[in-house]
Ligand binder design. Structure first.
Ligand SMILES: [Zn+2]
Length: 792
């Protein structure tokens, strides 16, 4: 809907501010009351070119599952959408490296990844909410789905006809095949020498060595990565560009609306993009693996829809496909059921849209995708840069919150220093209870800064917190109840249950429950889980003080005083039973498997995930009993055993070929094309004379300043033994503080041809060691030696 009327625009802004105020006020209420909300949970689409690792899980896939389980318990109607991103160069690169078709790659990893997510307990199945179709459901789809393709092509045509695209001629590298013909090379298929640091295997648009980004045309000595011997040349190619610039103002207003609820990282990255000014962005490219352009004419053959443009629409197409597949004939709105989650109704209420993704993806979801949505809302209107295009009633809704995570890193070199090492989700789940991973990643979630996965910490937190605090508490309660010398038809604690005496504890637990609720509404998962653990901790303290184990058997000399003590002590044990039930409900979003085991051990029937959130505070429910001996919820972990298994796995995978898609991936970050070129055909020996041509000398760092035009570079002044000294640009900024470099005795290459790096002349190169796992250390000189000494 286009808004040209000033008064209407104003009133709509008021309406939106009002809606946001309600949303914020809700945060302080213990529960969402009244009408259930329609909540659309969108999860970033994983590339189907490799298995998921723990970094992905912590950043993208666990948080939305916790949120979904919580929202469902509140009674909200949740639709969960995502799937495999199966197009684009990450897939074709992997396929070419392995010598198989892209289709084989995506088929393989779509099923591996979906199964791993299900094994982790993520609620991608069943597709329809167990409470009924009106409550929504979930679909983990694929971008190769023909219905996705059709909807994307329809949108492409609609946007093209509405004047939302412009055509531009670009220059692109083209590879000439020796047998004739050729192909355009996307950035990932180009390699060359970094214009900033001189690294020779720099990729098309960014240098892995110094981190500088540049245009592909700035690379020196560019070549085809896959076929370095083929000639390449620059050719003109025509592409469509989406008019992102038309939405600058609307996006600024939209960001302003959401400022109070967005996280700092989301605000700052969005602001950076908006401050730079939005420019048209290519929506087509020269590639044959993707959705073909819905256009006639030879000039468009060999081009496809750019993967960013189509994959991001997956959030929308997935909801529509879910609707056609499951709601047609069962939902009151039939195949239009998706509109309940996607369109602002005429009555002024709104669905709530939550997007879960890693920090590298933020601008796509706060700038690019909302612009596309606003464009789709306005295909029937003439629009200009001055319009306020924020959606009104009947329009597709924009994102409300984007609780993007920072990265989970993997402790580098812990098991094998010589190689990249990731922890893959499928292999993790073969060996461990999924709830142990869910616990560790939740309590260690990279919400506001990068966090680190390492095995000793994992074992420590599982054994001491998950088991020590929570598992042991509930197990102790059930074991003590079983030992009570009474009949086992009913819960023996019923006779001692008197909640009127537990007012103080109930007040504390109510507060913890309220804290968990508030934290989850604010997407603070770590904090929420800690509050849940606080309830278990409170239970432990209570049992420790009440010493119920002293009152299980009646002594021969029991007197009135003893019986009064027993009544009181076992009253606490009875209350501990009720706390265990409370814990089963509040841990369910985080730890669904163990919560269900506890629920059944307590003799409760059905699924704990069907329990309303407020039932955790029902202190008067019937005390159930299953009559079985309790089994511990978790098994303690043995660090030595894990380390030896990990070492074994690490050794096994060192023998893998470099083309393994899992190679070179670690922590939460992919280093996609590391080692991609050196298909090892034996070592190339360097002639001794050639080596001797390199002149290395010692020096002392006398001064360091930030490079004015490059984020990763320092400008380093070196006393090289000469009066004038020399200046070198070095990519050390991510690894060293300035004060730690000053006065270091270092080694530098003295006879490298001086070059200007982003405007500053660099006369040489510092030597540093890089383990490939994020650790970079300068080569220093031990002991005294004069500056300018030759290194041999
Ligand atoms: Zn570089």
């Amino acid at each position: 809907m286009k808004l040209t009327n000033v008064r209407f625009t104003f009133s709509k802004r008021i309406l939106y501010s009002f809606a946001k105020v309600i949303a914020i006020n809700n945060l302080t209420r213990p529960e969402t009351m009244g009408e259930p909300e329609h909540v659309l949970i969108c999860v970033a689409w994983p590339y189907a070119n490799g298995p998921l690792h723990l970094g992905h899980v912590a950043g993208c896939y666990l948080p939305p599952d916790i949120q979904l389980r919580f929202e469902r318990a509140l009674g909200n109607r949740v639709l969960l959408v995502s799937g495999s991103d199966e197009h684009g160069t990450p897939i074709t690169v992997t396929a070419e490296q392995q010598g198989v078709s892209p289709q084989e790659i995506v088929d393989k990893f779509h099923s591996i990844n979906k199964q791993a997510l299900l094994d982790l307990g993520c609620a991608w199945e069943p597709n329809v909410d167990p409470r009924g179709i009106e409550y929504g459901g979930a679909l983990f789809n694929r971008t190769s789905d023909p219905r996705h393709k059709q909807l994307v092509q329809e949108n492409f045509v609609a946007l093209l006809n509405a004047g939302m695209f412009e055509q531009k001629t670009m220059q692109q590298y083209y590879e000439l095949k020796s047998e004739g013909g050729g192909r355009f090379l996307p950035d990932r298929y180009i390699e060359g020498t970094c214009p900033s640091c001189g690294f020779e295997a720099a990729r098309g648009d960014q240098c892995d060595e110094c981190g500088t980004t540049y245009e592909t045309s700035e690379l020196t000595n560019p070549r085809s990565k896959m076929n370095p011997d083929n000639d390449i040349e620059i050719r003109d190619t025509v592409h469509f560009f989406f008019r992102l610039d038309l939405f600058q103002k609307s996006l600024e207003l939209h960001a302003e609306d959401n400022w109070p609820v967005w996280k700092n990282n989301v605000r700052s990255m969005t602001k950076n993009w908006l401050d730079m000014g939005l420019r048209p962005r290519a929506v087509t490219r020269d590639l044959d693996w993707g959705i073909e352009l819905p256009l006639e004419g030879d000039e468009w053959s060999g081009k496809c829809v750019y993967v960013w443009f189509e994959a991001v629409q997956g959030y929308y197409t997935c909801a529509r496909i879910w609707s056609t597949e499951y709601a047609d004939g069962t939902h009151p709105d039939g195949e239009n059921a998706w509109e309940r989650w996607w369109k602002n109704p005429e009555n002024g209420s709104q669905p709530r849209h939550l997007y879960f993704l890693g920090k590298d993806n933020i601008p796509f979801h706060t700038v690019i995708w909302p612009s596309l949505i606003m464009a789709l809302n306005n295909t029937d209107n003439e629009i200009s840069k001055d319009d306020d295009l924020r959606p009104g009633p009947g329009d597709l809704h924009l994102e409300d919150n984007v609780p993007a995570m920072e990265y989970l890193m993997l402790a580098g070199g812990q098991f094998s220093k010589s190689r990249k090492h990731a922890v893959w989700l499928p292999s993790f789940l073969e060996r461990f209870d999924p709830d142990t991973l869910r616990y560790y990643l939740s309590i260690n979630m990279p919400e506001s800064h990068d966090t680190d996965f390492n095995w000793p910490d994992f074992v420590e937190k599982i054994n001491n917190e998950l088991i020590g605090t929570y598992g042991n508490f509930v197990h102790r309660v059930m074991t003590l109840a079983e030992r009570l010398d009474e009949g086992k038809q009913n819960n023996p604690l019923q006779a001692y249950d008197d909640i009127s005496k537990q007012g103080e504890l109930i007040a504390k637990i109510n507060q913890f429950h309220n804290d968990i609720t508030t934290s989850l509404q604010r997407h603070r998962y770590k904090e929420a889980l800690r509050s849940a653990m606080n309830i278990a901790q409170l239970g432990n303290q209570m049992l420790q003080e009440a010493t119920p184990w002293k009152f299980l058997k009646i002594p021969t000399d029991a007197d009135d005083e003893w019986y009064a003590g027993q009544q009181q002590s076992l009253g606490k044990l009875a209350f501990a039973w009720r706390i265990s039930r409370c814990l089963s409900i509040v841990t369910q979003p985080f730890l669904p498997f163990s919560a269900q085991r506890l629920w059944s051990n307590l003799g409760e029937s059905g699924n704990v995930s069907d329990s309303p959130w407020t039932d955790a505070l029902d202190w008067e429910s019937e005390m159930t009993w299953d009559g079985q001996s309790p089994t511990p919820l978790f098994t303690k972990l043995d660090l030595d055993e894990i380390i030896s298994q990990e070492t074994q796995l690490a050794d096994d995978s060192t023998s893998h070929d470099n083309n393994d898609p899992t190679h070179g991936v670690k922590g939460g970050k992919k280093k996609e094309n590391e080692k991609m070129t050196d298909a090892p055909e034996g070592t190339t020996y360097l002639k001794f004379d050639t080596f001797m041509e390199v002149e290395m000398r010692t020096g002392t760092i006398t001064n360091v300043t930030d490079h004015p035009n490059a984020d990763k570079l320092y400008v380093v002044s070196i006393n090289d033994g000469t009066d004038e000294g020399r200046t070198v640009c070095a990519g050390l900024k991510p690894y060293y503080n300035i004060e730690d470099l000053i006065n270091s005795s270092i080694v530098f290459v003295a006879n490298l041809e001086p070059r200007k790096l982003r405007g500053v002349m660099s006369e040489g190169m510092l030597l540093a060691a890089d383990d490939g796992e994020g650790n970079v250390r300068l080569i220093t000189v031990s002991g005294e030696i004069s500056n300018g000494s030759q290194v041999r």
